[in-house]
Write a protein that binds this ligand. Sequence first.
Ligand SMILES: Cc1cc2nc3c(=O)[nH]c(=O)nc-3n(C[C@H](O)[C@H](O)[C@H](O)COP(=O)(O)O)c2cc1C
Length: 378
Amino acid sequence: MPTRRSVLEILTAGGALGAVGCASPAGPDPAAAWRNPGAGERDPRRWALAHAILAPNPHNRQPWLVDLPGTDEIMFYADTTRLLPATDPPNRQITMGCGAFLELLDLAARQRGLRADMTIWPEGEPQPVLDGRPVARVRLVADPSVKADPLFSQILKRHTNRAEYDLKAPPSAEDLTRVTRAAAAPLIAGSVADATGLARLVDIGARGFAREMTTPAAAMESAKLTRIGRAEIAQHRDGISLQGPFLEGMAAIGLLSREAMADPDSFATKSAIDMWAKSIRATPAFVWLKGPDNSRATQIASGRAYARMHLTATALGLSMQPWSMTLQEFPEMAALYRETQDALGASPEAPLQMLVRIGRAKAAEAAPRRGLDQHIRT
Ligand SMILES: Cc1cc2nc3c(=O)[nH]c(=O)nc-3n(C[C@H](O)[C@H](O)[C@H](O)COP(=O)(O)O)c2cc1C
């Protein structure tokens, strides 16, 4: 029987979370969308959308649906079958994932000399949860004055990196400023790299992960979205991927299963809490993002800004991982939610939209994508 410590070492050393290898004998290639996206597409909308689906998004739900009316229009909807009701009851994080999608769409359009005219929430902001109304109406218009954005070239290199970061090579103050400047007004972004501030966020963050894992509905939601081993990853191409010989061996002998992950007292849950506490301790800096309010428009703008921050970090050779547990709005997290807002001068009326680890680490691999056709409504 492996000890918790050995599980921990292997998980963190192997980078077994979240990434997928290039080839899978078990079904469709989960990383295919990352290779030459849009190749052969004649419709520039499809070419741009093939890039947009590479956006960061919570739990890799890929909650994006589009209609393609006429020749130049995209009607973009949140896929309300792909929400996270337990951990994201107001759909704030899902909305941010929609914002990130729009940012990558815009970068890709610019790359083709197209201006993406976007009307956000053309039929009004859905509250208190998302509904069937569109997130955005987008028109792609040829415009010689449109400039390509250098961040486009980072789209295929950007991956969420859950590894331990190098505490001996922290990001420079200048790099942190470049990353936070990627968020445009009225959003505000900042960084924390001083010992006291870091210790406070690491402590809150570790407690947040443990709280999530020991809250049955939240743990069950993540467990259901966990894909264990190549066959499940290839079948679903979304969610949280766990793979590698060790993990698949653990799964084969029953130590790692969705049931075990949803059980607060299991070996799998305790190992995960240890492992994530270890990785958050290996954090040389955090960046954060907030807006003037918590409207849906601000959430979309925040998703767009986060995508730009992560692409900027990628260009600087830095890795990022959102640490969202204590920004989640389910009752069992309420005290830690308040503690996090207080720590960074935010409030529930104008809350933090993102809290993210940043540092240097071995490159992470691509997370699965379901492929463009899964997002186009017939
Ligand atoms: C709003 C939001 C919240 C997220 N929260 C977390 C988080 O708490 N922990 C984490 O490891 N990744 C988090 N992520 C990253 C996603 O899991 C990641 O984007 C997704 O799995 C796809 O992987 P990729 O970014 O490598 O393409 C978050 C992303 C977004 C947009």
